[in-house]
Ligand binder design. Structure first.
Ligand code: BTN
Length: 332
């Protein structure tokens, strides 16, 4: 998104009307140029009214992300997390932290401290699992990543992405979202449609502590236009709960809950998350097909085991499956 469009949106998000002339003066552009930027914003799904003699206003108020608001909410809980970094636009919040991590290993002074979160209003190259794109339009949804260090190392990381899913599902349930489900390993569903996803990227060597970036994308109020690139049934929070969602509060609550869960997971493993996962398991006791490259496995899903592997029953025998390249589908 163009800097001038971000400026206009930030100005309108303060509420009330703003004339094309005033915006033009602030941006040193003509009223006609302001009109073109407003048109582009509308095309991105942002509903802007124009009233002759008064100017532009947002049809629905938009509360932008704010590092101070997120940090203030986090401080209400006992957390050691640093103030999050908030960007208007970024390629990918996961990519940003991974690049800083790379700098950590090449410079004497670490440029990133564990617990650092990064959020953005928009991602130009938001990515999902298995090389997919993640629809990331401006100010519509929540996109964030958290840098963490796992003392238990790569070998201890099994089950971690399920833990993140459990945290997101519990936080959404506490917010009042009903029927939250987790699709193994970590897709968030509501009423059978995808609401969000998790991308955990690990950096490290076997036998040592490892660095990881936990990325979370949640659809909050997805514009129809941006949703055209989504190739599966989807939903957003504005569809599934009636009260408005403050993304700053939601981000803070998720980060605090994630910090607690990651500490617990690093110390004691997947154990206590096993039961918590079961509260949300989308495919428990349902017929499923697993895809692993060209290979297909069909059977009945029997939940997950004590390390987070997916259990599938075939001909009376239950086999655990684990791995980033596996995808699961339900069968009717
Ligand atoms: C998936 O379901 O495929 C995972 C989607 C993960 C998307 C989030 S949005 C924030 C973070 N940055 C990214 O580029 N991806 C993750």
């Amino acid at each position: 998104m163009h800097d001038k469009q971000i400026f206009i949106l930030k100005r309108l998000s303060k509420g009330g009307f703003c004339s094309g002339e005033a915006l033009g003066e602030q941006l040193s552009i003509s009223r006609a140029a302001v009109g073109k930027h407003v048109k582009a914003l509308r095309e991105l799904g942002i509903d802007i009214y124009s009233v002759p003699g008064r100017g532009y206003t947002l049809a629905k108020p938009i509360k932008l992300l704010c590092d101070g608001d997120i940090a203030a909410r986090m401080r209400q809980f006992s957390t050691n997390l640093p103030v999050p970094l908030v960007f208007d636009t970024i390629d990918s919040t996961n990519q940003y932290l991974l690049e800083r991590l790379n700098l950590n290993s090449h410079t004497e002074q670490a440029s990133l401290e564990p617990g650092q979160a990064c959020l953005a209003e928009m991602q130009t190259s938001g990515r999902g699992r298995r090389g997919r794109q993640w629809a990331s339009p401006f100010a519509a949804n929540l996109y964030f990543s958290l840098y963490w260090q796992l003392q238990s190392g790569l070998q201890g990381a099994m089950g971690l992405s399920l833990v993140v899913g459990v945290v997101v599902a519990e936080t959404l349930s506490n917010l009042g979202v009903g029927d939250v489900q987790l699709k193994w390993p970590n897709d968030i569903y509501v009423a059978g449609k995808k609401l969000g996803g998790i991308l955990v990227e690990l950096v490290g060597q076997v036998g040592d502590a490892c660095d990881l970036v936990v990325g979370v994308g949640l659809n909050v109020s997805m514009p129809e236009d941006a949703a055209k690139q989504i190739d599966q049934p989807w939903t957003d929070l504005s569809t599934v709960i009636s009260k408005p969602v403050d993304r700053n509060v939601l981000a803070a609550d998720l980060l605090v809950a994630l910090e607690q869960a990651l500490v617990e997971f690093d110390g004691r493993g997947f154990g206590q998350f096993h039961r918590r996962w079961q509260d949300f398991d989308l495919y428990m006791d349902k017929p499923v097909t697993l895809a692993m490259g060209d290979k297909r496995i069909t059977g009945i899903c029997r939940g997950v085991d004590s390390v987070g592997a997916l259990l599938v029953e075939q001909n009376g025998r239950i086999t655990p499956y684990m791995g980033g390249e596996i995808s699961v589908r339900g069968r009717t």
